[in-house]
Ligand binder design. Structure first.
Ligand SMILES: Cc1cc2nc3c(=O)[nH]c(=O)nc-3n(C[C@H](O)[C@H](O)[C@H](O)COP(=O)(O)OP(=O)(O)OC[C@H]3O[C@@H](n4cnc5c(N)ncnc54)[C@H](O)[C@@H]3O)c2cc1C
Length: 420
């Protein structure tokens, strides 16, 4: 059996390990365009802020590929898949044959439409190399401009603030992390960031950058100009699938997979940020581009590729973030649409600076936001993930004393269809 995995991120690595556990003899080839060891991508922002060092990033040792008898082709991009001859094209010269192919190519930063992006000190923040380059240009840098208030934009702004730069963030929505948190939590985060010196402009875009060699200023859509000597573009991500033949492999936003992580072509699988499957809270297709889902999906894909049919239960968005003095934990559908009968309950304790919001659909918890006092987040995640109908009053979940024992005592778990 010839297994080929495109992508040396955590989804690809998890798949390779699962395959090797079940198939000692098959040939595994991994192709990745980043050279170097696989690393913890979320931690690159900690390297930027100075709370982690680059040598803490790798998630496997150098002997990993030898130990698992994997043939690596790194520093090369896959440019095409020929599903007829079952080969992938690597660069311009090499083609690699497969029996089972996994696409685990993650995501690319969403590009922006602004002139002069080639100026120095304008960067995305997706790879460890991006952060290494940003750190190199930190000396002599004073004014950073961060485009986008999503997870990456927010982490870049936070890191640069902690490095002592003056940071201005441009965001389309009224508050940062608008996909991760609701408006109330977003405003609490914004207040905390502004208190730490962040400047925020909302509802504007950059139209062009100015500078000789390095960036010196950005022209803004409202006609104003912002002086800056570093720019980070963090306007979200898009599944990295430009090389995927859409006439043979079905693509929506991400590559569409079934519960076995198999695409519309039975020899081809997809996992991680590039894949789209059912989101448990939304009960519809969604790309949840987060680390824990990439690990699970990679494992499930690998097991299925090796011939053991195992179904994936579906994905669930979640995030835990520390912002100076705020702990923020979110999961599932945080801001539900007005229709479809969602029920929303929230509680704010201004004195303790805590906030909770729960979103229910019938008797099920389908989303939550918590600011500070986040300890019971694991219980809430489990309630959502296993779709356990609640048979305790919903208000109980707003109470910071809510705990696992309460759920057990009132039998919510016993009522679970999965537990039956
Ligand atoms: C700054 C930052 C902060 C984050 N913070 C969090 C967080 O707090 N919590 C969380 O859960 N997630 C976070 N994430 C997201 C998380 O890192 C991703 O969900 C996870 O890395 C996805 O893993 P993956 O294996 O699917 O893709 P990737 O990690 O993107 O790996 C895919 C690999 O494939 C390579 N590749 C792409 N195209 C090709 C090609 N054509 N040929 C060859 N190789 C190719 C890529 O270069 C990459 O090396 C963060 C991401 C970033 C950038």
């Amino acid at each position: 059996m010839e297994y080929v995995i495109i992508g040396n991120g955590v989804a690809g690595i998890s798949a390779a390990e699962s395959i090797r556990q079940l198939d000692a003899d098959g040939n595994i080839t991994m192709i990745g365009d980043e050279s170097g060891l696989p690393y913890c991508r979320p931690m690159i922002s900690m390297v930027l802020e100075g709370t982690a060092t680059p040598n803490q990033l790798p998630i496997r040792k150098a002997k990993f590929y030898d130990t698992l008898n994997i043939a690596p082709i790194f520093g090369e991009r896959v440019t095409n898949i020929d599903v007829g001859s079952r080969t992938v094209q690597v660069g311009t010269a090499q083609s690699v044959a497969y029996d089972r192919l996994l696409i685990a190519t993650g995501a690319d930063p969403r590009p922006i439409n602004a002139q002069n992006q080639e100026l120095k000190n304008i960067s995305y923040m997706r790879t460890s190399l991006h952060v290494a380059n940003m750190l190199q240009s930190l000396a002599g840098t004073k004014d950073a401009l961060v485009l986008g208030g999503g997870l990456v934009g927010f982490k870049a702004a936070y890191g640069l603030l902690r490095r002592g730069l003056k940071v201005t963030m441009l965001i389309g929505s009224g508050y940062p992390l608008s996909l991760q948190v609701d408006q109330t939590a977003g405003q609490m985060i914004l207040k905390e960031l502004v208190a730490q010196g962040l400047e925020v402009k909302v509802g504007v875009e950059v139209t062009a950058f100015e500078g000789q060699d390095k960036v010196e200023a950005a022209q803004i859509s409202d006609g104003s100009k912002i002086a800056c000597d570093m720019v980070v573009i963090g306007k979200g991500v898009l599944p990295a699938l430009s090389f995927v033949p859409r006439d043979h492999i079905e693509v929506d936003l991400g590559i569409m997979v079934n519960a076995h992580m198999q695409t519309s072509n039975p020899h081809v699988y997809a996992a991680g940020d590039v894949a789209e499957y059912i989101d448990v809270a939304r009960n519809s297709r969604w790309v949840n581009a987060i680390w824990p889902e990439a690990v699970s999906q990679g494992r499930i894909a690998g097991i299925n590729m090796a011939g053991r049919p195992v179904a994936y239960a579906g994905s669930l968005s979640r995030n835990v973030i520390r912002i100076f003095d705020l702990d923020v934990l979110t999961g599932g559908l945080v801001t539900p649409p007005h229709e479809n009968g969602y029920e929303v309950m929230s509680a704010m304790h201004a004195g303790r600076n805590t906030y909770r919001k729960m979103v229910f659909c019938d008797q099920r918890l389908v989303g939550f936001t918590m600011v500070n006092d986040i300890e019971q987040g694991g219980v809430l995640m489990a309630l959502m993930h296993h779709q356990i109908p609640l048979n305790i009053p919903k208000e109980a979940l707003l109470d910071t004393r809510f705990n696992f024992k309460q759920v057990m005592t009132h039998g919510a778990w016993a009522a679970s269809p999965k537990a039956a």
